[in-house]
Design a protein around this ligand. Structure first.
Ligand code: ATR
Length: 272
């Protein structure tokens, strides 16, 4: 039987992970099966599904919304970066029958920014919009690249404050951003899913090097359009991050590092 992998989520039908991992497997020259597993929005249902999958010989799994925090609370062992994010997107079976949780989202983002888009993060002023799970997962990996500052801003200001205090970075509410300037603006809100742009002052993009939307869509997202129209020099969506985090999961499972760029191109061309 070929090794089996899956992604657990709700919803999960939209997930590109099976396509991406199929490309990686072609690169490695192995046959593997990567499926989507839809689970009821309930921690017990999630845990039951994960147990069943690994009891039946699953070789590894990804976890997507809304189970990343449940996975973090439940795994028997955790990486440093999952601990810092309090969120797990990758499950790796252990020899003793337990599971190790890791979080590759931040690594995916940092790879996309620094290696793929050639943005040096060192000494840059970074604005991170959003204070939910997605934002939380990327603060530590960004800090490791020694930016000048990270400012977290969120629609609900109290959540930005809490997240910023946890990581020792700055925070602001959207209104306080007027006339502030940033080199890199990262949208980690879930607004893009419904085409909503966070209500930030338009001038924050003036002179910025990059506006990055962690969301990925086939066309320019509303956030990217807003940033471009208001002066961002470069705009990018989250496809590079998506493929980058998948590559890091694949490496953890199989010890093989896929070529990420060629897969980004293939997905972009709609060939997979
Ligand atoms: P995720 O795991 O994707 O981060 P989440 O934990 O539910 O999901 O967090 C969603 C984030 O997107 C929050 O920061 C949310 O802001 P609030 O804390 O104020 O709810 C933000 N968000 C969602 N829709 C938004 C919108 N239309 N404008 C601005 N922020 C939005």
């Amino acid at each position: 039987m070929p090794p089996r992998y899956t992604v657990f989520g709700h919803p999960v039908a939209h997930s590109r992970s099976p396509d991406i991992h199929r490309c990686f497997a072609e690169q490695e020259g192995v046959g593997l099966v990567y499926t989507r597993t839809l689970v009821d929005k309930d921690k017990t249902a999630f845990v039951t599904a994960v147990k069943r999958f690994f009891d039946e010989g699953g070789s590894g799994a990804n976890v997507t919304l809304p189970f990343k925090h449940d996975a973090f609370e439940w795994v028997q062992e955790c990486s440093e970066r999952a601990l810092s994010a309090r969120s797990v997107n990758t499950l790796i079976p252990l020899a003793n029958g337990g599971l190790r949780g890791d979080n590759t989202d931040g690594a995916g983002l940092v790879w996309d920014l620094s290696e793929n888009l050639n943005i040096c993060l060192n000494n840059k002023k970074i604005l991170l919009l959003g204070a939910g799970g997605a934002a939380c997962g990327v603060v530590s990996p960004l800090l490791e690249r020694l930016p000048e500052s990270i400012t977290v801003a969120n629609r609900t200001a109290a959540k930005a404050r809490e997240l910023a205090q946890r990581f020792g970075v700055e925070y602001a509410d959207f209104g306080q951003l007027a006339q502030r300037r940033f080199d890199i603006v990262i949208n980690a809100t879930s607004g893009s899913v419904s085409g909503e742009v966070p209500a930030v002052p338009a001038d924050i993009f003036s002179g910025s090097l990059l506006a990055y939307d962690m969301y990925y869509a086939d066309t320019e997202t509303a956030f990217m359009r807003f940033a471009r129209e208001n002066g961002a020099r470069q705009c990018a969506d989250g496809l590079g991050m998506l493929v980058g985090q998948a590559a890091e999961s694949y490496r953890l499972w199989r010890g093989f590092s896929p070529d990420v760029r060629s897969v980004i191109e293939e997905i972009r061309r709609g060939r997979k």
